[in-house]
Design a protein around this ligand. Structure first.
Ligand code: R5P
Length: 288
């Protein structure tokens, strides 16, 4: 049985259709004081899969998932979480004294409530594997094959760019599947809203359709800086593709003003979500 939490009902419905399984939407409302009211409208099966995307009201969505899993524990034998977007992974070290390293704590919370976890394209830069932070079985899912398929169908003569070294896991991997050239830029982060991006080697993109690929678009500054650099060396048509479109602080409008196309998957539902990750989730669930 699929249990759809608030963050990604469409993907939950798609997955249940692909698996021919039932799908229950967890009911929820907010009390006047901000507390959550949660209710399972039907009886839970022995084996339940919660689908959640932890974006926007991140902390509410965490409480929703945690409380729902704790209640489900009374009725179900196996409770799995499929997080199409898992939060707090970018705070993965103490950048300044006293800072809380949130990624491990968020993973501990999920490990405490669920028997198994699957996370779509997790932001694991300093940790290599999900097992470094989760204590239950944790599986990494990736949208790379779907992004590659999108590029093959829609973009002729592509040249793929990764805007920072960490993005090679998406940019280079997708370029390998598509069979096209790629390059990785160098990024220096000054603050959460300021980055500097540099092209460090000579590339010829004169007759190419440039595709910038990253895991996350948050404020959009990484992409905007990369776009500036690529325009200087003659990039005309630029498409930005990301797995997770967070689009904080009007990032989408800013990118559209820079005259680029923006495409994301539906790990976070958006007007840009042209790539449906549901088949990857249903394949994973068939194997578990
Ligand atoms: C950083 O390592 C990530 O891969 C993304 O490049 C970053 O999170 C994007 O953030 P923003 O859109 O705020 O520049």
């Amino acid at each position: 049985m699929i249990v759809s939490l608030s963050g990604n009902p469409k993907v939950a419905r798609n997955v249940s259709k692909l698996l021919h399984s039932s799908c229950m939407q967890l009911e929820q409302k907010k009390f006047p004081d901000g507390e959550l009211y949660l209710r399972f409208p039907k009886k839970l099966d022995k084996n339940v899969v919660f689908i959640q995307s932890f974006y926007g009201e991140i902390n509410d969505r965490l409480v929703e998932a945690y409380f729902a899993a704790k209640e489900a524990r009374k009725h179900s034998k196996k409770i799995t979480l499929v997080a199409t977007y898992f939060p707090y992974l970018r705070q993965d070290k103490q950048f300044n004294p006293g800072e809380i390293v949130s990624n491990k704590i968020a993973a501990e919370l999920a490990s405490d409530a669920f028997d198994e976890v699957a996370v779509f394209d997790p932001h694991l830069h300093r940790e290599g594997k999900l097992s470094d932070i989760f204590t239950v079985k944790a599986t990494k899912l990736t949208a790379n094959p779907l992004i590659a398929e999108y590029i093959r169908k829609k973009i002729k003569n592509p040249f793929i760019i990764g805007p920072d070294w960490e993005s090679y896991k998406w940019a280079e991997r997708v370029a390998e599947i598509v069979g096209c050239e790629s390059a990785i830029l160098e990024k220096k982060r000054i603050s959460s809203r300021k980055v500097v991006v540099k092209l460090t080697k000579k590339i010829d993109i004169s007759d190419k359709n440039v595709v910038i690929i990253d895991d996350i678009i948050s404020t959009g500054h990484t992409l905007l800086e990369a776009i500036k650099d690529l325009r200087k060396i003659g990039a005309k048509k630029i498409t930005c593709i990301a797995v997770h479109g967070i689009f904080a602080e009007n990032a989408l409008e800013k990118l559209r003003k820079a005259k680029v196309s923006v495409i994301t998957t539906n790990t976070i539902p958006n007007p840009t979500s042209k790539i449906d990750v549901s088949p990857i989730i249903s394949d994973y669930l068939k194997k578990t």
